[in-house]
Write a protein that binds this ligand. Structure first.
Ligand SMILES: Nc1ncnc2c1ncn2[C@@H]1O[C@H](COP(=O)(O)OP(=O)(O)OP(=O)(O)O)[C@@H](O)[C@H]1O
Ligand SMILES: [Mg+2]
Length: 236
């Protein structure tokens, strides 16, 4: 479902990802961890086709990124959903409208959309908020809307960037449980997170650690995290 071989990425002269290789099967579940700045978001953006693949190979839900033309990006996006760190939901639309969107654009019959959306909203405890505009919701509620929208169409692969960043511990565990159920039904999931307790709560899941190998016990990985972002951005 996802296969990455020798993937490296640079911003200017700064190497962010270097020689990364891993594979995730259909229905597999993997955490993507590493300190802030280690390249988690960068990797997810490459896999979703919003940053170009520079070095190495990536096969994403059957699409070879090196051969994927920009005009065919929509094909990748149909198979791969994403939850961004900043949600990207439509604030003036209601919860139901946001969650239904991936099905609406596919031309799914209305009755099926209603059934599917209702069941996802129940799973994520959003039913009571269904007809509220998203702008009025709390951060954690908006995050759950983004997750509901990402899974509603049953993607082959879901990329989630810190999907529990705004959730309390109980909701985080519940979300983890829901994502694992989706993966058991065949959606492969790659989930970036800082939260070690969450990683520990799923001991059988695969863990991909960026930023120089082992997860560091509370400190920074100097090699990856010490270069100031400003310097990285100043180099074209
Ligand atoms: N468009 C860009 N131009 C230049 N540098 C960038 C760009 N995007 C990201 N970077 C740099 O690449 C590094 C990796 O960033 P990235 O956002 O992938 O880290 P992350 O692991 O997701 O961090 P966090 O845990 O804080 O979300 C950072 O140092 C960042 O400043
Ligand atoms: Mg990030």
């Amino acid at each position: 479902m996802l296969r990455v071989d020798g993937l490296s990425h640079r911003f200017g002269n700064r190497a962010v990802l270097s020689d990364l290789s891993f594979a995730l099967d259909k229905g597999g579940f993997a955490f993507l961890t590493g300190p802030s700045g280690s390249g988690k978001t960068t990797l997810l953006r490459i896999l979703h086709g919003s940053l170009p693949l520079q070095t190495g190979r990536a096969l994403v839900a059957g699409h070879d990124l090196a051969a994927l033309r920009p005009s065919k990006l929509y094909q990748l996006r149909r198979d791969v959903s994403v939850v961004f760190q900043d949600f990207k939901i439509l604030p003036e639309r209601t919860v139901v409208e946001n969650v239904a969107l991936p099905l609406t654009v596919r031309g799914t019959p209305k009755a099926r959309i209603e059934r599917r959306v209702a069941s996802i909203l129940t799973a994520l405890r959003l039913t009571e908020l269904a007809h509220r505009p998203c702008a009025e919701l709390a951060g954690g509620e908006q995050q759950r809307v983004a997750i509901a929208r990402a899974v509603v169409a049953g993607p082959r692969l879901m990329l989630a960037d810190e999907p529990t960043g705004n959730l309390d511990w109980e909701l985080s565990l519940r979300l983890l449980d829901i994502l694992r159920q989706f993966s058991a039904h065949g959606t492969a999931i790659l989930m970036a997170t800082h939260n070690r307790a969450l990683v520990a709560a799923a001991p059988d899941a695969m863990v991909i650690t960026l930023g120089g190998g082992e997860a560091d016990p509370g400190g920074f990985d100097v090699g990856q995290a010490a270069a100031p972002d400003a310097a990285a951005e100043a180099t074209p």
